[in-house]
Design a protein around this ligand. Sequence first.
Ligand code: 1PZ
Length: 208
Amino acid sequence: FEDASGESTPLSAVADAFEELSAVVKSKGCNFDLRLKPFCDACSLVSVLFTSLGLAFKFAELEYVSKVSDLADAAKGYGTLNNVLDFDVKHDTVRIQGSLSRKLRRVRQGLDLIRALFQNFVSSRECCLREAASLAYAKTCAPYHTWAVRTAVSAGMYALPTREQLLLRLNESDKSAEKEMQRYIDASLPIIQYIDKLYTSRNISLDW
Ligand code: 1PZ
Protein backbone atom coordinates (compact mmCIF):
# COMPACT_ATOMS: atom_id res chain seq x y z
CA PHE A 1 0.00 0.00 0.00
CA GLU A 2 1.00 3.57 -0.51
CA ASP A 3 0.95 6.79 1.43
CA ALA A 4 -0.10 10.15 -0.01
CA SER A 5 3.22 10.55 -1.83
CA GLY A 6 2.88 7.15 -3.47
CA GLU A 7 5.63 5.47 -1.43
CA SER A 8 5.13 2.24 0.42
CA THR A 9 5.62 2.69 4.17
CA PRO A 10 7.19 0.40 6.79
CA LEU A 11 3.74 -0.33 8.24
CA SER A 12 2.28 -1.24 4.86
CA ALA A 13 5.22 -3.58 4.21
CA VAL A 14 4.51 -5.36 7.50
CA ALA A 15 0.80 -5.60 6.69
CA ASP A 16 1.55 -6.92 3.18
CA ALA A 17 3.90 -9.60 4.51
CA PHE A 18 1.42 -10.88 7.10
CA GLU A 19 -1.47 -10.82 4.66
CA GLU A 20 0.55 -12.98 2.29
CA LEU A 21 1.46 -15.40 5.05
CA SER A 22 -2.05 -15.63 6.47
CA ALA A 23 -3.53 -16.16 3.00
CA VAL A 24 -1.39 -19.28 2.69
CA VAL A 25 -2.25 -20.54 6.18
CA LYS A 26 -5.96 -19.88 5.67
CA SER A 27 -6.15 -21.47 2.23
CA LYS A 28 -4.28 -24.63 3.21
CA GLY A 29 -5.90 -25.12 6.62
CA CYS A 30 -4.29 -25.77 9.99
CA ASN A 31 -2.60 -28.99 8.91
CA PHE A 32 -0.52 -26.97 6.50
CA ASP A 33 3.23 -27.25 7.12
CA LEU A 34 4.37 -23.62 7.32
CA ARG A 35 7.99 -23.07 6.36
CA LEU A 36 10.35 -21.18 8.65
CA LYS A 37 11.82 -19.02 5.91
CA PRO A 38 8.70 -17.02 4.87
CA PHE A 39 7.59 -16.87 8.52
CA CYS A 40 10.91 -15.37 9.65
CA ASP A 41 10.99 -12.99 6.68
CA ALA A 42 7.64 -11.53 7.77
CA CYS A 43 8.67 -11.43 11.44
CA SER A 44 11.88 -9.58 10.71
CA LEU A 45 9.97 -6.76 9.01
CA VAL A 46 8.26 -6.00 12.32
CA SER A 47 11.55 -4.76 13.74
CA VAL A 48 11.35 -1.59 11.63
CA LEU A 49 8.77 -0.45 14.18
CA PHE A 50 11.46 -0.50 16.85
CA THR A 51 13.48 2.03 14.94
CA SER A 52 10.56 4.41 15.37
CA LEU A 53 10.47 3.87 19.12
CA GLY A 54 13.83 5.37 19.92
CA LEU A 55 16.49 3.99 22.22
CA ALA A 56 14.25 3.04 25.15
CA PHE A 57 13.36 -0.29 23.62
CA LYS A 58 16.71 -1.07 22.07
CA PHE A 59 16.98 -4.10 24.39
CA ALA A 60 13.58 -5.35 23.28
CA GLU A 61 14.63 -4.97 19.67
CA LEU A 62 17.85 -6.93 20.22
CA GLU A 63 15.91 -9.64 22.05
CA TYR A 64 13.29 -9.99 19.37
CA VAL A 65 15.67 -9.68 16.42
CA SER A 66 18.11 -12.26 17.78
CA LYS A 67 15.33 -14.80 18.30
CA VAL A 68 13.94 -14.28 14.80
CA SER A 69 17.43 -14.50 13.38
CA ASP A 70 18.18 -17.76 15.24
CA LEU A 71 14.97 -19.22 13.82
CA ALA A 72 15.92 -17.99 10.34
CA ASP A 73 19.35 -19.59 10.67
CA ALA A 74 17.63 -22.88 11.47
CA ALA A 75 15.37 -22.67 8.42
CA LYS A 76 17.68 -24.62 6.16
CA GLY A 77 18.12 -27.50 8.58
CA TYR A 78 14.55 -27.73 9.88
CA GLY A 79 12.47 -26.50 6.96
CA THR A 80 9.19 -26.09 8.80
CA LEU A 81 7.80 -24.92 12.14
CA ASN A 82 6.43 -28.41 12.75
CA ASN A 83 9.92 -29.87 12.52
CA VAL A 84 11.19 -27.42 15.14
CA LEU A 85 8.52 -28.62 17.57
CA ASP A 86 9.06 -32.29 16.72
CA PHE A 87 12.78 -31.99 17.40
CA ASP A 88 12.30 -30.35 20.80
CA VAL A 89 9.53 -32.73 21.83
CA LYS A 90 11.79 -35.66 21.00
CA HIS A 91 14.66 -34.21 23.04
CA ASP A 92 12.42 -32.87 25.81
CA THR A 93 13.73 -29.33 25.24
CA VAL A 94 10.54 -27.44 24.27
CA ARG A 95 10.64 -25.06 27.24
CA ILE A 96 14.40 -25.03 27.79
CA GLN A 97 16.01 -21.61 27.44
CA GLY A 98 17.75 -21.35 24.09
CA SER A 99 15.62 -23.98 22.35
CA LEU A 100 14.04 -23.05 19.04
CA SER A 101 10.56 -23.99 20.25
CA ARG A 102 10.99 -21.52 23.10
CA LYS A 103 12.27 -18.83 20.73
CA LEU A 104 9.27 -19.43 18.50
CA ARG A 105 6.97 -19.05 21.51
CA ARG A 106 8.63 -15.71 22.39
CA VAL A 107 8.43 -14.42 18.82
CA ARG A 108 4.75 -15.35 18.79
CA GLN A 109 4.31 -13.32 21.99
CA GLY A 110 6.02 -10.40 20.27
CA LEU A 111 3.63 -10.64 17.31
CA ASP A 112 0.71 -10.69 19.73
CA LEU A 113 2.13 -7.66 21.57
CA ILE A 114 2.15 -5.67 18.35
CA ARG A 115 -1.35 -6.88 17.54
CA ALA A 116 -2.69 -5.78 20.94
CA LEU A 117 -0.83 -2.48 20.68
CA PHE A 118 -2.33 -1.77 17.27
CA GLN A 119 -5.78 -2.70 18.54
CA ASN A 120 -5.47 -0.18 21.35
CA PHE A 121 -4.04 2.38 18.95
CA VAL A 122 -6.88 2.14 16.42
CA SER A 123 -9.63 1.87 19.03
CA SER A 124 -9.21 5.51 20.06
CA ARG A 125 -7.28 8.48 18.74
CA GLU A 126 -7.24 9.79 22.31
CA CYS A 127 -5.30 6.73 23.47
CA CYS A 128 -1.66 7.78 23.95
CA LEU A 129 1.10 5.45 22.84
CA ARG A 130 2.31 4.81 26.38
CA GLU A 131 -1.12 3.67 27.49
CA ALA A 132 -1.62 1.57 24.36
CA ALA A 133 1.78 -0.07 24.78
CA SER A 134 1.51 -0.62 28.55
CA LEU A 135 -1.88 -2.32 28.25
CA ALA A 136 -0.70 -4.46 25.33
CA TYR A 137 2.44 -5.51 27.16
CA ALA A 138 0.51 -6.33 30.35
CA LYS A 139 -1.84 -8.56 28.40
CA THR A 140 0.51 -10.40 26.05
CA CYS A 141 4.03 -10.57 27.49
CA ALA A 142 4.24 -9.42 31.12
CA PRO A 143 2.76 -12.66 32.52
CA TYR A 144 5.71 -14.56 31.04
CA HIS A 145 8.50 -12.12 31.90
CA THR A 146 10.61 -11.87 35.04
CA TRP A 147 10.15 -9.08 37.52
CA ALA A 148 13.38 -7.42 36.37
CA VAL A 149 12.25 -7.34 32.74
CA ARG A 150 8.77 -6.05 33.66
CA THR A 151 10.34 -3.27 35.71
CA ALA A 152 12.67 -2.23 32.89
CA VAL A 153 9.79 -2.26 30.41
CA SER A 154 7.57 -0.08 32.57
CA ALA A 155 10.42 2.42 33.00
CA GLY A 156 11.01 2.40 29.25
CA MET A 157 7.35 3.21 28.58
CA TYR A 158 7.99 6.79 29.76
CA ALA A 159 10.53 7.27 26.98
CA LEU A 160 8.15 6.24 24.19
CA PRO A 161 7.44 8.89 21.59
CA THR A 162 3.99 10.50 21.45
CA ARG A 163 1.33 9.20 19.11
CA GLU A 164 2.02 12.12 16.74
CA GLN A 165 5.79 11.54 16.78
CA LEU A 166 5.31 7.85 16.03
CA LEU A 167 3.02 8.59 13.07
CA LEU A 168 5.53 11.09 11.73
CA ARG A 169 8.41 8.62 12.02
CA LEU A 170 6.36 5.90 10.35
CA ASN A 171 5.41 8.31 7.57
CA GLU A 172 1.68 7.76 8.25
CA SER A 173 -1.39 9.85 9.00
CA ASP A 174 -3.92 8.77 11.64
CA LYS A 175 -6.12 7.46 8.87
CA SER A 176 -3.45 5.59 6.89
CA ALA A 177 -1.92 4.11 10.08
CA GLU A 178 -5.32 2.84 11.21
CA LYS A 179 -5.82 1.13 7.87
CA GLU A 180 -2.42 -0.57 7.87
CA MET A 181 -2.64 -1.55 11.54
CA GLN A 182 -6.08 -3.08 10.99
CA ARG A 183 -4.64 -5.14 8.13
CA TYR A 184 -1.91 -6.44 10.45
CA ILE A 185 -4.44 -7.09 13.25
CA ASP A 186 -6.55 -9.25 10.93
CA ALA A 187 -3.68 -11.00 9.16
CA SER A 188 -1.57 -11.84 12.21
CA LEU A 189 -4.38 -13.60 14.09
CA PRO A 190 -4.44 -16.77 11.93
CA ILE A 191 -0.64 -16.95 12.20
CA ILE A 192 -0.72 -16.61 15.99
CA GLN A 193 -3.44 -19.26 16.20
CA TYR A 194 -1.47 -21.52 13.87
CA ILE A 195 1.59 -21.26 16.14
CA ASP A 196 -0.47 -21.93 19.27
CA LYS A 197 -1.88 -25.05 17.68
CA LEU A 198 1.66 -26.36 17.05
CA TYR A 199 2.00 -26.57 20.84
CA THR A 200 -1.52 -27.49 21.96
CA SER A 201 -1.80 -30.28 19.37
CA ARG A 202 1.25 -31.83 21.06
CA ASN A 203 -0.31 -31.38 24.50
CA ILE A 204 2.05 -28.55 25.39
CA SER A 205 0.40 -25.88 27.54
CA LEU A 206 0.73 -22.19 26.71
CA ASP A 207 1.24 -20.85 30.25
CA TRP A 208 4.92 -19.95 29.79
C1 1PZ B 1 5.24 0.53 19.06
C2 1PZ B 1 5.60 -0.68 19.86
C3 1PZ B 1 5.72 -0.46 21.35
C4 1PZ B 1 6.09 -1.68 22.06
C5 1PZ B 1 6.50 -1.42 23.44
C6 1PZ B 1 6.58 -2.64 24.28
C7 1PZ B 1 7.95 -3.13 24.48
C8 1PZ B 1 8.00 -4.48 25.09
C9 1PZ B 1 9.35 -4.82 25.57
C10 1PZ B 1 9.60 -6.27 25.80
C11 1PZ B 1 10.96 -6.46 26.38
C12 1PZ B 1 11.42 -7.89 26.42
C13 1PZ B 1 12.78 -8.01 27.01
C14 1PZ B 1 13.29 -9.37 27.23
C15 1PZ B 1 12.50 -10.39 27.52
C16 1PZ B 1 13.01 -11.79 27.72
O1 1PZ B 1 13.11 -12.03 29.07
C17 1PZ B 1 12.05 -12.75 27.08
C18 1PZ B 1 12.30 -14.18 27.46
O2 1PZ B 1 13.42 -14.68 26.82
P1 1PZ B 1 13.94 -16.19 27.09
O3 1PZ B 1 14.13 -16.36 28.56
O4 1PZ B 1 12.89 -17.13 26.57
O5 1PZ B 1 15.23 -16.30 26.31
N1 1PZ B 1 12.13 -12.52 25.65
C19 1PZ B 1 11.07 -12.31 24.89
O6 1PZ B 1 9.95 -12.38 25.32
C20 1PZ B 1 11.38 -11.99 23.45
C21 1PZ B 1 10.39 -11.14 22.72
C22 1PZ B 1 10.15 -9.77 23.27
C23 1PZ B 1 9.07 -9.06 22.53
C24 1PZ B 1 9.50 -7.75 22.04
C25 1PZ B 1 8.51 -7.06 21.21
C26 1PZ B 1 8.39 -7.62 19.86
C27 1PZ B 1 7.80 -6.74 18.86
C28 1PZ B 1 8.46 -5.44 18.72
C29 1PZ B 1 8.02 -4.57 17.64
C30 1PZ B 1 8.11 -3.11 17.95
